[in-house]
Design a protein around this ligand. Structure first.
Ligand code: C5P
Length: 405
């Protein structure tokens, strides 16, 4: 695992039963060659001892901003680190981070840190789902922090649901990918369509779908991190745009998405069609809001097809260009996806399964299979969407390497 060798990593532990996983996390980072400094909130010390963490990290563990032996320089530590990983992050610590409170060494270092910060929450399902916690998570993501999605399963409370801290191996893999230096995608131009489209019925109503754009945004972030120039054509979504430098073009309708994609297609090396484009739109949008009147009982909307962006661009595909499609099927999944792969001239297609809890629209996790031109199929585990983005872009890199030869 050479990517983490010599990397300076701060692990911040707050007071959750999942703090025991931080011992394994520390061990794995040290084993991968990273230099690790551990910070604990006072509450965390009730769950795991600083002695365990200082032994595993081979460094003194800080639990207070100041102690009898002096003041712990949080600013210096914040500047020292290449990455900070807050795991487990309790609801309380999340709230403090979101509000900028700094009453513990962990939160003080967080505020001083200039490095990327990864946050792995751990809490009971109801605390996790509470709008206050969800708002804090959104705030933290908007600040550019990377949220490591919670797992689903048995919780310490005895309840079952969302709220489990991500596994240490998963967190280490994430950081390894983050620090991966070379990439086939460096300096390449990547075009990504993402999110839903809204097809107006009248000035206030539209035909849309449940796509959040999260998968496409994760792809844009990961491609940009690998050094690609990214143009993200994003349909209407409330998600934050990518945290990394991307050219984001906001569109509403399939036609607008088509026009924007078409103008960027000739210069792109890779096009990823992650958008859930509406297949039909009303023939004409009413100029005024359609009223609920007696004569409108049983109203009929006349629909017409929208342009198939992927197919239109696929028809213009030039040698060396890599095209990636998505498929979301409810029946005959593999057969339909293979037929799309051929019809739209994709190099490979990503099949989303709706049959797995946690996969598909709106979720932070996804379960995919990759279907290739040589008829091979690779199934992946249920993972956070940013890890799925890693798998997809690894496949893109393989395809790029192959196309050069
Ligand atoms: O045919 P279907 O909509 O299932 O195809 C899915 C793939 O085609 C996705 O990659 C999607 O982004 C793309 N697509 C498109 N324009 C459409 C419909 C689908 O680019 N109008």
């Amino acid at each position: 695992m050479p990517r983490l060798k010599g990397k300076k990593i701060i692990i911040g532990i707050s007071g959750s039963i999942a703090a025991y996983k931080a011992a394994m996390l520390t061990r794995l980072f040290v084993k991968a060659g990273a230099e690790v400094r551990v910070l604990m909130t006072p509450a965390a010390t009730a769950f795991i001892t600083p002695l365990t963490l200082s032994t595993l990290s081979r460094n003194a563990v800080l639990t207070e901003v100041s102690s009898e032996s002096g003041w712990n320089n949080h600013v210096e530590l914040g500047l020292w680190a290449d990455a900070m990983v807050i795991a487990p992050a309790t609801a309380n610590t999340l709230a403090k981070l979101a509000m900028g409170l700094c009453d513990t060494i962990l939160t003080a270092v967080y505020l001083s840190a200039r490095c990327p910060v990864f946050i792995a929450p751990a809490m009971d399902v109801d605390m996790w789902r509470h709008p206050a916690t969800q708002e804090n998570v959104r705030r933290l993501q908007a600040f550019g922090n990377r949220l490591i999605p919670v797992g689903v399963g048995e919780l310490a409370s005895g309840l079952s649901g969302e709220g489990r801290m991500a596994e240490p191996e998963e967190i280490v893999q994430l950081l390894e990918t983050f620090f991966d230096p070379g990439s086939e995608l460096a300096k390449k131009t990547v075009l990504i369509t993402a999110g839903p489209t809204h097809e107006p019925i009248d000035p206030v109503r539209f035909i849309g779908n449940r796509s959040s754009g999260k998968m496409g945004i994760a792809l844009a972030e990961e491609a940009a991190r690998r050094g690609a120039r990214v143009t993200l054509i994003l349909g209407p979504t409330h998600q934050n745009p990518p945290a990394t430098a991307c050219d984001v073009i906001r569109v509403e309708t399939a036609q607008q998405m088509h026009d924007a994609a078409l103008s960027h297609f000739p210069t792109c090396d890779v096009a990823i069609f992650a958008a859930a484009v509406a297949d039909f739109r009303p023939v004409a949008a009413a100029a005024n809001k359609i009223k609920k009147q007696a004569e409108n009982k049983g109203i009929t909307l006349e629909l017409t097809e929208t342009p198939d962006i992927a197919a239109a661009l696929g028809a213009q595909k030039r040698a060396g260009q890599i095209l990636v499609g998505f498929a979301l099927e409810t029946q005959d999944e593999t057969k339909n996806a293979f037929s799309k792969l051929q019809r739209k001239r994709f190099d490979f297609i990503v099949l989303n399964s709706l049959n797995n809890p946690g996969a598909g629209f709106q979720h932070d996790t996804n379960k995919i299979s990759i279907l290739r031109q040589d008829n091979s199929v690779q199934d992946f585990e249920l993972k956070p969407k940013y890890s799925v983005a890693v798998d997809i872009l690894d496949e893109v890199e393989t395809a790029l390497k192959r196309s050069v030869k």
